[in-house]
Every structure is written in structure tokens, then in C-alpha cells.
Design a protein around this ligand. Sequence first.
Ligand SMILES: C[S@@+](CC[C@H](N)C(=O)[O-])C[C@H]1O[C@@H](n2cnc3c(N)ncnc32)[C@H](O)[C@@H]1O
Length: 405
Amino acid sequence: MDQHRLSPFGSPTSAPYQRMAALFDAINTSTRDIPPPRLRAAVEQLSLGLSRSRSSMVLKDYLASPLSQAAYCVHFLPWNVYRLCLAWQSSPMQNLGPERALHDWGAGPMTGLIALWVQTGLEGSNTLASYTAVERQRDILDMGESLAGMLGIDKLVTIHSHPHALSFDEEPSQEKADILLVSQSFNEWLPPRGRSTEPIRAFAKHARAHVKTDGELFLMEPASRVVSWGVMELRNMLAESATILAPCTHAASCPLLDPRLKSWCHFRRRIVPHPLHGKLRGALPPEREAVSYSYLHARFTPPEHTKEQRFALARVISEPFSIEDGRGVYGCSAQGRILMATRSRRWSQPLIDALAPDSVASYPRQGKHPRDKKSRALKIWLSDCRKPDGSRYGAPAPAKKDNPS
Ligand SMILES: C[S@@+](CC[C@H](N)C(=O)[O-])C[C@H]1O[C@@H](n2cnc3c(N)ncnc32)[C@H](O)[C@@H]1O
């Protein structure tokens, strides 16, 4: 397997890769007083509790003890950095700059700031004036500040810790952000049961009021069906008055909210974890070969009504799979789910990479596209599609002699 191709941080000589190594060192230093078996047991307990709760309802106050805070930094912090860095490769933050203020709701150990530093170094055009972490657990903020200090991030950005339990009944603060980041916390405001959209509407209103005109919202969430439903509903609410930058390639209503569909809006990305991940004290072995997430990136400017082009954009939402007469991937577009397919079942690695989940493809909007019999998605031959730069997808790998498919 090509390790570099699947690393969320590039090759071992890249600056993000080195910064990630420094993060693992800092986490090890900050948890050095806890014996590894104790830390491992706490990681297992927190991991089990949080993954169970994500599917139905959220565990409350799971970061109340110093042990669970350390366990969070050992287990969830690195995986959330992976997720954020991957999604920012698809849709980079737009409002970074020397005078910009980023606010992070439900910041935990300042995961958002650390991830941004890992990916960009917070240098050059990627600087920030300030980072404000709003978080109901003061102690986890202290851990974040200590990590940021060890990594030298506090020399690059003014960090404000704001221990506070956000409630959307309160008046939004006067101080507005250029960027609002919400990572793995939006789900904590979703209804514990049922599908009431009221809390989502309250979140949307509060977020809108908190961000400057032209400001952006970046939301990173688990990929479970329930949480992704919340993200898709939020996206539809925001699309009335904001520009959705990603993952949607269109401003039409979210086609994946159709209750008849089995699929929902989330991405599963194959990765190779950083080698130092396996050396984290107390961590579970990083055996995963993929991370999953749902996300939303929006800018608070009125939706842009672009002229209909001959080619429309689609976001790839699946890995390639076999179909009756070949191989294909699903994309999501203004015309709903589309199936971009080849007659060959063998795809070359460059083709698989070019159509990896969360990438963008363009396809001819016009024309009589048939519907795939099984999924009812519009079926479009990949030979008619284009990469976002207008070039064609390479030919699929030639079939082996002993495998004529
Ligand atoms: C799963 S953690 C995510 C932490 C961090 N953003 C990350 O990506 O790793 C969710 C965080 O939201 C915080 N939180 C939950 N409800 C909150 C509220 N009403 N106000 C402020 N913080 C809240 C929790 O204490 C917790 O630290």
C-alpha cells in the first residue's frame, strides 16, 4: 500500500507530517503521570461510551474527570485532527488571515486550533489573529492550552479560553467571528430522541447571528445516520440565506434526505495512520484503515445563482463498487444521486484516487441519462464525465487475460 498517498499529512518530509509528530510527543508528555494501563482502560471506556451514544443519544459530562480528559486527548483528539485535515483538503478555510478571529464551539482540548496548525502551520496567508474556545468543561480547555503552549501555537495566535455552556436561548454575543468552527459538538445539540428540527433551527439562527457577514461556518461531525441527518437538515436551513461551499456542489434541496434512500451524506476515507500514532501512551492500536465523517462548510453570503452550465458538479459519496454491467461510484448532485460508471470492473489506482470519496467530478447535465435499475440513480458513463479541471478520467486498467471482465 502506498503510505504517502493515504496519509492525511503527506510524506514524512512534509511540514504537516512533522507537526503531527510533535502533537503525538506533546500528548505523551501531558499524560506522562498516568500509568499506560490506566490510561488505556479510560480510553476504552470513553471510546465505547461515545460511540454508543452517537448512534442514539449523547453521553453527558463525559469529560468531567482528569482521567477522561487525558483519554480524550489520547484517543479522540488525533482522530479528529485526521478528519479535519482531510475535509480541509476538500474545502479549505477561506477566511484565514492576520486580522481574522476564529471561534470554536464545544472546543474540547482546542482540537480545531491544533488541527489548523497541523495542516497550515498558521503561517503566511494562513494566519489568524485570535482563537476563542467556548467549552463547558474548563479543565479540558486547560489541557488544550497546555498542548498549544508545548507546540508553540500560543506564539502564533492569541488564544482566549472561554469556559461557558452555550445555550441557544441566550442572546448571541456581541463579538462576531470570521470563522465559526464546530467539531464533533453539533450532535450534542441534536434532539436526544426523534427528529425534531427545532434545536437545529435554533443552532442555525445562533450561528448566523454569531458570524460576520461574509464569515464562514465549518462543521465536522460523526458519520452516523442520526447525526448526518442533523447536518443535512442544518444544510437545508442555511441554504436559504447562505452559500454552501461543501460538500454540496449545488444549492438545491438535499436529495439525500429522501427517506427512501439507504445512503446518507457522509464520507469514508481510506488512510494510513501516522506511524507515531502507534507509540501514543495508552492509546488503542491505530488499526483503522479508514475514517468517516459528515461535514458542512458554508459562507454567510446570499446563495450565488450561477448560470446553468453544460457540465454540472457532483460530490463523490461512495467508494467504487461492482454493478450489473461494470463498476461505478455514487455522486451527489442537484439532480440527486448519480452513478458514474465504466463497463470495465477493473479500475487503475489513479482512477480510484481521482474518484475517492469527497472528491468532485463533473458530468454532462443534458442528455438522456438512463436510470440504474437497482438504485434508480441517473447512470452516466465515466467517459462522458470530466475532472474539475476539465480533463478526462484516464482509461480503466486493461482487463487481465484470466479475468475477461
Ligand atoms: C466530542 S467533544 C469535541 C471536542 C473537540 N471540538 C473535538 O473536535 O475534538 C464535544 C465537546 O463539546 C462540549 N460541549 C457540549 N455541550 C456544550 C455546550 N452547551 N456549551 C459548550 N460546550 C459544550 C463538551 O464538553 C465537549 O468538550
